[in-house]
Design a protein around this ligand. Sequence first.
Ligand code: ATP
Ligand code: MG
Length: 310
Amino acid sequence: MNMASAVTSVKLTSLPLIAEGKVRSLYEIDKSTLFFLTTDRISAYDVILRNGIPDKGKILTQISNHWFSVLSTKIPHLKHHLLTLTPPDSLTPSERALVHGRCMQVKRLRIFPVEIIVRGYITGSAWKEYTKTGTVNGIPQPAGLECCAAFPGGPIYTPSTKAPVGEKDINITPAQAREIIGQEYADKIEGLALSIYKIAAEYALAKGIIIADTKFEFALDEATGEVVLADEVLTPDSSRFWDAKAYTVGQEQLSFDKQYLRDWLTSNNLNGKEDVEIPENVVAQTKHKYEEVFERLTGSTLAASLASLE
Ligand code: ATP
Ligand code: MG
């Protein structure tokens, strides 16, 4: 199969680089605006693979954009950081081609130093804690929950710390989050995060996708004092998406998008190994899954969405 190659690193010369994350590069446009660029890098078991998934950065960007517009309609008072998907004029023609579809101009904000996680279903670290102590993030849960069951009282807010690079985030109680970011902002964020999750989960379920859990980043707009939804939103990288048709309570579910990659790593004994090259067929199948998530959620193809940006 002949596939466009993945964009695993983007070096722009026309804007100053201010930060490089696991997946994104942040450039400065001006004092109040950032250029938010999503590469095709992919990580599994906390390690970035050597090659990426072609178009993954475009898919994540367009999914976030879709959610920003869905959420703005459903929660009119919600503020978010997206300004436009068009690159700034200062980019050279070749840079514009490189970033097309994978970039956003966003408001430059101060991110609250807590990962805002909402869980509708018990899995991952929440399931691990529950099996030991009957709690999730220190909060007692009803007895007898099965693995991957929906929380009977509805989705719960389970914040974690934002660990420095190379360290693991630690789950904290909502009370500890309140101490870190202050009562007023913490309450606002908790309320917003739960509303967004509920609206998004219902929306996705109607399209055959269970959003088991997700991580938001909220920020403070220092100019207005407002709490703003930032970063990527409800993507397969920031959320656990399950295929609703395949969902079976009482067992671990396969994540919708990274299932082929994880299976291949496990069967080749490569979990957590550095600098692993993903074979072409696994890249193709993973790409196909990201596209399927995109198409189910947005009801459009990636090509059509990208064409509408022209
Ligand atoms: P992190 O765990 O901090 O998200 P990461 O490796 O996932 O690290 P990336 O997703 O690659 O990081 O990069 C995005 C970075 O941009 C994150 O550090 C995020 O907090 C930050 N960010 C997102 N939106 C904004 C914004 N509007 N203003 C400033 N920083 C932002
Ligand atoms: Mg991130």
